[in-house]
Design a protein around this ligand. Sequence first.
Ligand code: HEM
Length: 549
Amino acid sequence: MRMLSLLIKMIELTSTHKISLLMEYYFTLTLVLCVPIFFVLFRRYSSVTTKNPPPSPPKLPFLGNLHQLDSHPHRSLQALAHHHGPLMLLHFGSVPVLVVSTAEVAREVLKTHDLTIASRPKSTVFKKLLYNYKDLASAPYSEYWRQLRSICVLNLLSTKKVCSFRAVREDEAKIMINRIEQSCISSSSKSSVVNLREIFVMLTIDLACRVTTGRKYNSVVGEDGDKILFKDLVWEFIELLGGIYIGDYIPWLAWLTRVNGLDSKLDKVAKQFDDLLDRVIQDHIDQRSKCGNINDNVNHPDDQEENGQNDFVDVLLGIQEDNSSIGLPIDRVTVKALLLDMFSGGTDTSYTLLEWTMAELLRHPRVMKKLQNEVRGIAGNKSEINEDDLNGMNYLKAVIKETLRLHPPLTLLFRISTEDMKIKGYNVKANTQIIDNAWQIGRDPKSYNNPDKYEPERFLNSDVDYKGNHFEFIPFGAGRRSCPGIQYAAMVNEIALANLVHKFDWLVPGGVGAHDIDMTESTGVKTQMKYPLKAVAIPYSYKIKTEEL
Ligand code: HEM
């Protein structure tokens, strides 16, 4: 019975779907039939060992250590690392997984063995949602990946290209502020309770749409002809992308995801996005032939900037038309896969980060005040802050870094070794999954004083950046697979946050104390706040007394 409950807990990790009674029945039946063979096979399986492997907690037959993970894997792995050390070998089902939990070991793994761990583990979710690993984030390390990476770094996310979208970012920040102002104006107290999660989701999705496709989408038409809200589709896509698929670790349980509907959900969402991307690309092709600019602006970032409205679809179509100028030709599926990466990379990480930042600021009124003093001191009574104003805002940048340290949106970095390695004297076999616990590394007392305290000052006058050079701080990863969207993300988050604290004072709603804000994390590998953050916005010019709320 204990075994059954452990397995059920594991399946809950795989999706947000509830397990039906029917599944439990099948489950029990399967177990009863399989338990005797479990132990015979387990004896064989455990006899295949490596000499001098890293420390491992004991494991169960077939489950390995999966039963030791709960719905917050970064926390379970932290607890295991306390007992077994900063480098430990676990087994998720039949898959060996090396877990790294300190900056020192992360440096050895991510720097010394950068090339050996430059591939990502295969995942059925990526396979289904990201065109069979044709995107940049999930592609195995190969010539194809190198080509996509260079397109991203040189053509989509270069400093020049990111700067060229400055007007779009400033415009969307203004729209966000107007939205909040409108809700304050329509309230009799001139202040308003704002659902900050919704505000940040809208900001980042609208921005990503404009940058990637040149326009916004409110709704799309689903398979049955019904309209689906675009933000719901994105939400579903991102939720699925962050899920774990049980069959990847315990192949004989793959049938469960057919029964609980996860397989068909993945297929449905993949198809909805695919249809949308096909339409977007076709619209761009039609537009380009109307304007007669085929082969214009190809692979020349300078020209793209003069054109102004050159979104990512245009850039990629240009590259596709000029296939001779690059290595391997890229096809339409590659264009769609790259667009999905830009879209998913540009949305959930940023709205998650903004939400955690506002929650920490509400919990720490001293930090909020200090930040407002800096921003208001630099921007004065300007109607909007622009990107030039951000240059001198060092405390703002420290606030964002401190949030990334305590709440990295991607808590765990996933890689796979392609050759045998020796780490800290231990032998690690090829085909071992590597997990760097970025969340735990950011809270290591060896790297930080008072690691659990929110103190942005620690990043003032410090040369620690998030570009992958400082292994105690890796919210964007490190090495050749590190995040190529750092600059895009920094600009979006800084302009949004500066405008929010410039224009409004913020309070916790309902007379709740600042420290009563519920900071519970959502489940899974991508960690956002479990409950959407709400706060009272008080327009700065309309300051009212706290007691009146
Ligand atoms: C706060 C914002 C962001 C955070 C915290 C973040 C974090 C990360 C992390 C941890 C990785 C894996 C790194 C590794 O394995 O070493 C990654 C990869 C990636 N990110 Fe980001 N990211 C953010 C924003 C963005 C943006 C804005 C984009 C694009 C518009 C983007 C696109 C990507 C892509 C394509 C990869 C895969 C790179 C590869 O495998 O070669 N990210 N990101």
